[in-house]
Design a protein around this ligand. Sequence first.
Ligand code: ADP
Ligand code: ZN
Length: 604
Amino acid sequence: MNEIKQPKRPLVFYYLIVLAVMLLINGFILPMLAQQQIKEVDYGTFMEMTENSQIGEVEIRQNMILFTDKADPPQIYRTGLMDDAGLVERLHASGAKFSSQIIEQASPLASFILSWILPIAIFVILGQFLSRKMMDRAGGPGSMMFNMGKSNAKVYVKSSDGIKFSDVAGVDEAEENLKEIVEYLSDPHKYTEIGASMPKGVLLVGPPGTGKTMLAKAVAGEANVPFFSMSGSEFVEMFVGMGASKVRDLFKQAKEKAPCIVFIDEIDAIGQKRSGGQIGGNDEREQTLNQLLTEMDGFEGNTGVIILAATNRPESLDPALTRPGRFDRRVPVELPDLKGREAILKVHAKKIKTEPGIDYGAVARMASGASGAELANIVNEAALRAVRDGRKAASQRDMEESIETVIAGYQKKNAILSDKEKSIVAYHEIGHALVAAMQSHSAPVQKITIIPRTSGALGYTLQVDEGDHYLMSKEELENKIATFTGGRAAEELIFGSVTTGAANDIEQATKLARAMISRYGMSEFGMVAMETVTNQYLGGDTTLACSPQTQSKIDEMVVALVAKQYEKAMGILKENKAKLDELAHHLYEKETITGEEFMAILNA
Ligand code: ADP
Ligand code: ZN
């Protein structure tokens, strides 16, 4: 976004001034003030005052004598030290008090004020002055000072890049949801006549890279209205007051340009739940959020400004944001299904040169779980591969190979496995595949490879679902766990020892087993949720919601469940040991085998 330049140089400049002022105070003014209080007198005067018993306190230092008179407040004098025998006796006789800290005693309050309160006060005053100035720069009230208010009228307008709904594939439901808004924006009259008002805010919720930004742009593009955009994370790093005034400015411009779309990406960055007790919490974030709420409440539903916001962490949003009259409409934008993936691949393939007759369905099938952004990346990688090979168009093979590149990292051509290692990896991977194939409910194997990847995987078994599963039965889940354990089981069966290669399998099997018990109600606990998912879209963090006793019971059950599936996998492998050997040797020789080859050998 082409924003106003933050006044970084001037800021440093002002802080330097403050520093200089403080140094000045400490180095010159303070000593000068202190000096004023001390009167330099000659030794004669000192002797005279001693004679006349005018001395209150006296301090004899190494090279001078400090003394005070008896006035209130006492005046401090200083005089040089002379060789004066009997001085002490005379002073004593005159009734002077011997002291050791005349200067410090002089006025502790004054010196405290001078050395502490004054500099801090100056600092605070200057700081406030500065922040006010910066708000002015950001176009807040009183921006006449820098005359920026008018000049940034176009700051937030971002073209919607002419994106239309046809550019966004595989998110039909979300599109359906947003069509009404497009209609409203293209002809607000139709709605205001009846007195209907649109929702002010719509929350696009879904994992990263599923096309939320694209959808927002497409709404603007379809309705042919201006598209204002900003990202929530931009505010967090700003100076106090900037975020709020930017929001103010954004809405001011949006209202002038209505009908229009305001898009706030990553709204969770500013819209997180406000935590009361947090000391020194992110003030900037809260101010920005408050300003946003104020702005949203401040305009009627029929002004023609529609706010779209995107987040992948809807559960972390402050409830104030999702209250009626704010972001009360929620549009899920999920990962694409098989058909959606095919459609997205086709949309992006139009932008590159491809060989005729590519089976996008097959490519989509292999890219199970990929997001729109990843699919776009896959198509681009395919084109790059073709160029690298000196061809004029990308082929289906290019696409399939790029899936692996995007999913598993680039092929690590120079990584050399020892023969023993290669053999272990071959058995490990065949172990997975064989266990999967022998359990009717597991997905068939698409491809097995023992070419190491930069991602660190030494080999992998690409399993492909025959379509998308929305429900999984207990049996299917158990089979999946058995498949995860199949690699390790094969290692143990053949080599009698185990390796570190199964770390990822173990993790996945454990996760599944735990979910079955604590979330899916597939254990003797029955339908009791022991865990709740707190972050559905990023990683799926869970929080335990049960007693420590139950927790340790769950742990035991997880162990038992995985152990049972491990036994099952081991049983399958023992029963089919001949096939295991044959397949593993074949894989060892060829390094990569397809699902068909695998099935052919298995069924031979
Ligand atoms: P999000 O905002 O959900 O993180 P974006 O809209 O920024 O995702 O998508 C990033 C890129 O991924 C887009 O520029 C586009 O190339 C591609 N993409 C994502 N989803 C889709 C989709 N549904 N159809 C076509 N392309 C998509
Ligand atoms: Zn494995």
